[in-house]
Design a binder for this molecule. Structure first.
Ligand SMILES: NC(=O)c1ccc[n+]([C@@H]2O[C@H](COP(=O)([O-])OP(=O)(O)OC[C@H]3O[C@@H](n4cnc5c(N)ncnc54)[C@H](O)[C@@H]3O)[C@@H](O)[C@H]2O)c1
Ligand SMILES: [Zn+2]
Ligand SMILES: [Zn+2]
Length: 388
């Protein structure tokens, strides 16, 4: 089959790869009909995630048609149309039973690697390094789905791929970011990052009762999409984010702050240079600039919801502000399977159409160019719908 394989920082190639086969009775094999590139893939592309190996197949947002199922798969049969969740989860451990699917204790076959990096191990993620299981990803023609009953959502035939593909990751992820804000109704939420995750976080914050959403970025078409959802936008190239948020909230700060940027935040000036140099020298893995700003801006006793991905170690995190302002901090890889049914219902009811996020369509064969384009946010690139 053809698949997108990682070779080095900024070197990915679509080439031949072995066809996946059933390895466990709970597995299924799926023929991919649609896939895409996530902001998290950019961290791999840029070489900031350890334990990738040359030739690894990337991709954790995908959907397709079930071709084959193992003897222990109960809910699927060949021909079913499914979306896959990016966390791979057993469905039976204490974490899965609590709905914390991305914390699954059993699905990571290379758990010793993660134990070393994180002190314990979390769910495997398709195509996301060996620390996350070394499981081949879905930017490919076919994929193996471990624990297939838990990691797939059946899709009714009348919904096109474009509307449901993002249930795999960014829609539940944006929803999770807003859910983690513990909104009761009427709150002010500030969101750093208007990429695909930020866009779904904005819409989810309103769905969950936020009264005002401030969206921070500097990419014009992304700010435009944030405004279209009802957010007030702040272009960080044009104003002082902290001061503006304080003015907008009469000196208190937003009730909840979402970091939807993660480890590769942009920042000019001395501190930006400091983070970049330390990251390049590998003495700091993450550039936590948006996180620092969110901590400083958040209201006393407010919620800090971290959904942008962090991989290792950050520097100059304002612990004093976090502690003395009594912030409530929630962060996670999204527990996709806990939310996707509810979100599918919203799509079916016409309450939201996630295809608004698609800016480009390409065949899988051109995915390497897709990575470059998405990284550079070139040509208005927001989200690429890839078809094998
Ligand atoms: N927790 C999860 O489950 C999960 C799932 C998917 C993605 N993610 C992570 O979410 C983050 C966003 O993903 P995406 O697909 O939207 O990526 P993206 O790269 O398309 O978007 C990031 C956005 O942040 C903006 N940005 C950069 N620096 C900023 C700053 N200082 N202030 C405000 N905005 C800034 C960029 O201009 C860009 O628009 C990534 O870190 C990704 O790894 C997490
Ligand atoms: Zn992702
Ligand atoms: Zn589990």
């Amino acid at each position: 089959m053809k698949a997108l394989r990682w070779y080095d920082s900024r070197d990915v190639r679509v080439e031949d790869a072995p066809d996946p086969r059933l390895q466990d009775p709970k597995d299924a094999i799926v023929r991919i009909t649609a896939t895409t590139i996530c902001g998290s893939d950019l961290h791999l592309y840029d070489g900031f995630v350890a334990t990738l190996e040359k030739g690894d197949i990337l991709g954790h947002e995908f959907m397709g048609e079930v071709m084959e199922v193992g003897a222990a798969v109960k809910t699927l049969k060949p021909g079913d149309r499914v979306v896959a969740s990016f966390p791979i989860s057993c469905g039976e451990c204490v974490y899965c039973l609590k709905g914390q699917f991305s914390l699954c204790h059993n699905s990571n076959p290379e758990k010793e690697l993660q134990d070393k990096f994180l002190g314990n191990h979390t769910a495997a993620i398709y195509g996301y390094s060996h620390m996350f299981g070394g499981i081949p990803g879905g930017q490919a023609e076919f994929v193996r789905i471990p624990y297939a009953d838990v990691g797939t959502l059946k899709i009714p035939s009348h919904l096109p791929d474009e509307k449901v593909l993002f249930l795999s990751d960014i829609f539940p992820t944006g929803y999770q970011a807003a859910l983690n804000c513990d909104l009761k109704g009427g709150e002010t939420v500030a969101i750093w990052g208007c990429g695909p995750v930020g866009q779904f976080a904005i819409r989810s914050a309103f769905l969950l009762g936020a009264e005002r959403v401030f969206a921070i970025d500097h990419v014009p078409e992304r700010l435009e999409k944030a405004r279209a959802a009802g957010a007030k936008t702040l272009n960080f190239d044009e104003l002082k984010v902290h001061d503006t948020l304080m003015e907008l909230t009469r000196g208190h700060g937003p009730d909840a702050c979402i970091d939807a940027v993660g480890m590769e935040a942009h920042e000019g000036g001395f501190i930006g240079m400091y983070d970049k140099v330390k990251q390049l020298m590998r003495v700091e893995t993450d550039r936590p600039f948006a996180l620092r700003q969110a901590i400083m801006a958040c209201r006393k006793g407010g919620v800090l919801s971290i959904i942008g991905a962090y991989g290792g170690f950050g520097d100059k995190i304002p612990l004093g502000a976090m502690f003395n302002k009594a912030l409530n901090i929630h962060e996670c890889q999204a527990h996709v399977q806990a939310h996707w049914r509810k979100l599918l219902d919203l799509i079916e009811a016409g309450a939201i159409d996630p295809s608004f996020i698609i800016s480009h369509r390409m065949p899988l064969a051109e995915a390497a160019e897709g990575y470059r384009m998405f990284l550079e946010k070139r040509d208005g690139c927001m989200k690429i719908f890839l078809k094998p």
